[in-house]
Design a protein around this ligand. Structure first.
Ligand SMILES: NC(=O)c1ccc[n+]([C@@H]2O[C@H](COP(=O)([O-])OP(=O)(O)OC[C@H]3O[C@@H](n4cnc5c(N)ncnc54)[C@H](O)[C@@H]3O)[C@@H](O)[C@H]2O)c1
Length: 137
């Protein structure tokens, strides 16, 4: 099985320790996370996966929308065949169809690195405006 780097694993452990009292509230919830292959989004995925594997009796379900415009598939490859995490390779600028109720939406599909948003200015604006609308729809 593929593993995340030890630095990320340590980060997840620290984040979990800091948040553990409030994380019980999200047990069994369903998440829609855009940009799950990016810096922030992938930490959400890893934290929820950590809770599912080590803490929760009732796991969270996670739907990740990612087009890998700037994120790399390798970053979340270890979650690819995870039974609770669905990674959908698509663009949030296009209408999204998701079935079932969503408890939490995290919009992390926005390019944050200057070298990438200078290269993809229109895509960055569209992900923030049309992508946010599509997620909320
Ligand atoms: N990184 C930080 O420290 C930080 C702090 C505060 C707020 N933010 C905000 O959080 C958001 C995410 O930041 P980040 O650092 O994770 O960025 P990032 O560039 O690392 O990740 C963005 C991800 O979104 C994906 N993406 C881009 N357009 C997409 C589209 N149309 N459809 C699907 N996926 C798409 C990219 O492939 C990438 O994986 C940004 O809005 C940023 O401003 C970041």
């Amino acid at each position: 099985m593929l593993k995340v780097s030890s630095i990320i694993s340590e980060d997840i452990q620290i984040i979990y320790n800091d948040l553990k009292d409030s994380l019980t509230e999200i047990e069994g919830s369903t998440w829609l996370i855009s940009g799950g292959g990016g810096f922030l989004g992938s930490y959400f995925l890893d934290l929820l996966n950590y809770c599912n594997e080590k803490v929760f009796h009732n796991p969270c379900k996670v739907i990740c929308i990612e087009n890998f415009l700037s994120g790399t598939p390798e970053r979340i490859k270890h979650l690819q065949n995870n039974q609770h995490i669905q990674i959908i390779k698509t663009d949030i600028v296009k209408p999204i169809e998701v079935y079932g109720d969503i408890d939490y939406i995290v919009h992390a599909a926005s390019i944050a690195s200057p070298s990438f948003y200078r290269k993809y200015p229109i895509e960055t604006i569209e992900a923030n405006v049309l992508g946010l609308k599509n997620l909320l729809d």
